[in-house]
Design a protein. Structure first.
Length: 586
């Protein structure tokens, strides 16, 4: 256990970017803390002189002035030290949060498949807050406390070494108690961070899907789930409270017992002339200057154990393999064909999603992917976007594997419009211009909006393009969201278009207009369409039929209609939906 803690402390020091603060800042903070500590050590000594002067039935303002100066220096230096320490700690944690957030942005999609959103958010917010508390509230206070501790004990030995030895007998007892409590606190802290992450994930999911919750009258279900998470947090918090309940009374008892012994024994030594009254007062004041650092050490130890638990969770994120952004090759100078060559893929080992997929997407042509639900159509898109890598086989752009191109450059040449049409909280204009690498003029926005027929409903909105869409675009209809997503794709002007039946949520009038806009956009671009509607299939240059992860047919509409049984069934079903007429009657 000891070895594990040592490694964790090293890890904590490793993830905190100490270099983000200039060296002279550390020197300045430590110097201020040292000045404050030394000034506080002089206060009992000057108080001793005041008491001794008063017992001699005379008075001098000199020791009083010295005490006041010591108090003033201690207060001013302590205030500046606290502020600059908070600045340094905040900057280090801000650097850690930035590093963690950048890491999360570069994690592969597979990471988010396995980890809940709330847990990831908890790493950035809750866990880093625990480390911030350690740095800003305890690190330098422990340093100054150790100086105060050493200084006070040294002066106490000078005043009366016998009484000092009596007092120090309690120190081994403190460490014997603290060691097992610290181990237990470390485990409790880990559990607390885990439960906090689970609870955050649970309520994040419920709030983000509140329409689903209300539509299915699932408030009682979410109430139970939330109540269970709150209860778990309560129980873990109680375990921490039990340790604190043991620790605080023990420390209080030890302090009171020590004071009673020192006052009794010190009174005796004053009465026999070994000490003056001022010496005894100073001795008692120095004891308090020892108690405070010991309390700070206890709080630091507790906070350190919590931080080690948080560090372990943060390191799990930071050490996770991220997407490969090492390639500097930019895509691409000319339009080339895209070929899938014997591609196999599975999300989980032993459960293949794609099985020996091979076909070619001609440049500037439209390729439609059709097949039953679960046949692997969307997975093809994910592989082409490089969200995942094939288990085996290759995907090539021309003669080169797509993995040879810089990831950001490859994706920047692709626009993906899905059925869901995800939008971010913000204005319509911000969503149309999302992720554009340059400033976009109003004319460009309006042109893209006109091509996607966004301008038609924007004209009826009081705030126009500055209208807020709401979280995930929930203040707009499904058709409006899709048109905004199409306008975004038009503005990005991609070489490769991936459309997951982008017009499926539109009414017939809007569909026709948007289909015309998409047809114009497709000219000269390589287009891959997951097709459900017959009109999309018929117009495609090439149709790929998929079933259970395999390609069972490739051709145009007429050839597949004549030869492919599954394709005939799909077309027949679609005709019944669109026209209410089976193929036999057409």
């Amino acid at each position: 256990m000891k070895e594990s803690s040592t490694v964790s402390v090293k890890s904590l020091l490793k993830i905190i970017d100490i270099k983000s603060i200039p060296w002279y800042m550390y020197v300045f903070i430590v110097s201020l803390s040292l000045i404050s500590t030394v000034a506080s050590l002089f206060v009992p000594w000057f108080t001793k002189n005041i008491v001794d002067v008063l017992t001699e039935q005379s008075f001098s303002w000199v020791p009083v002035l010295f005490v006041m100066c010591a108090f003033l220096i201690d207060a001013v230096a302590g205030a500046f030290s606290t502020y600059f320490l908070a600045f340094a700690g905040g900057k280090m944690v801000a650097s850690l949060r930035k590093r963690l957030w950048e890491k999360i942005l570069h994690l592969p999609v597979s990471y988010f498949d396995r980890h809940r959103t709330g847990e990831t958010i908890s790493r950035v917010s809750n866990d880093t807050a625990v480390i911030r508390e350690l740095i800003t509230n305890h690190v330098v206070s422990v340093f100054s406390g150790l100086i105060s501790l050493v200084g006070a004990i040294s002066i106490l030995f000078y005043l009366d070494w016998q009484m000092t030895l009596v007092m120090l007998t309690s120190v081994p007892v403190i460490f014997l108690i603290m060691r097992p409590i610290g181990r237990k606190m470390y485990q409790i802290s880990k559990n607390l961070q885990n439960e906090t992450a689970k609870f955050t994930s649970s309520i994040t999911q419920a709030v983000s899907e509140m329409r689903l919750v209300k539509a299915y009258v699932a408030e009682p279900v979410e109430k139970r789930n939330g109540g269970r998470g709150i209860q778990h947090l309560f129980e873990v918090g109680l375990k921490e409270a039990r340790l604190v309940a043991i620790l605080q009374p023990f420390m209080s008892f030890l302090v009171m017992f020590m004071l009673v012994v020192i006052i009794g024994y010190g009174g005796y030594r004053v009465s026999v002339g070994y000490l003056t009254a001022g010496d005894l007062v100073a001795f008692i004041l120095y004891i308090f200057q020892i108690i405070l650092p010991l309390t700070q050490l206890t709080q630091f130890f507790t906070s350190l154990q919590k931080s080690l638990g948080a560090t372990e969770r943060i390191l799990q994120v930071l050490s996770h393999e991220e997407e490969d952004h090492t390639s500097e090759r930019t895509a691409f100078t000319t339009s080339k064909s895209i070929s899938f060559e014997h591609v196999h893929f599975s999300y989980t080992k032993g459960e293949p999603v794609l099985d020996d997929v091979s076909f070619e997407i001609k440049p500037g042509k439209v390729t439609a992917i059709v097949g039953p639900s679960g046949s692997g159509k969307t997975t093809l898109f994910s592989l082409l976007e490089r969200f995942y890598a094939p288990t085996s086989g290759m995907i090539k752009y021309g003669k080169d594997e797509i993995s040879s191109y810089a990831l950001s450059s490859w994706r920047s040449h692709i626009s993906y419009v899905s059925q869901e049409s995800p939008l971010l909280a913000g204005t319509i204009r911000e969503n149309i211009c999302y992720a554009m690498p340059r400033e976009v003029s109003d004319d460009e926005v309006q042109r893209a909006a006109q091509l996607a027929y966004v301008d038609e409903f924007v004209a009826d909105l009081p705030e126009g393009y500055e209208t807020e869409t709401g979280e995930r675009g929930m203040m707009l209809s499904g058709g409006q969201r899709q048109r905004i997503a199409i306008a975004r794709a038009i503005l990005h002007n991609p070489q490769i278009l991936m459309l997951d039946e982008a017009t499926s949520a539109l009414d017939s009038t809007s569909e026709k207009k948007v289909q015309e806009a998409l047809s114009n956009l497709m000219i000269g671009r390589t287009t891959l369409v997951i097709a459900h509607r017959l009109s999309t299939v018929i117009d495609a240059d090439q149709i790929v039929v998929m079933e259970k992860g395999r390609i069972t047919g490739i051709g145009n509409h007429q050839s597949l209609l004549a030869q492919h049984q599954l394709y005939q069934q799909l077309v027949d079903q679609q005709l019944k939906m669109e026209l209410g007429t089976p193929i036999a009657q057409k």
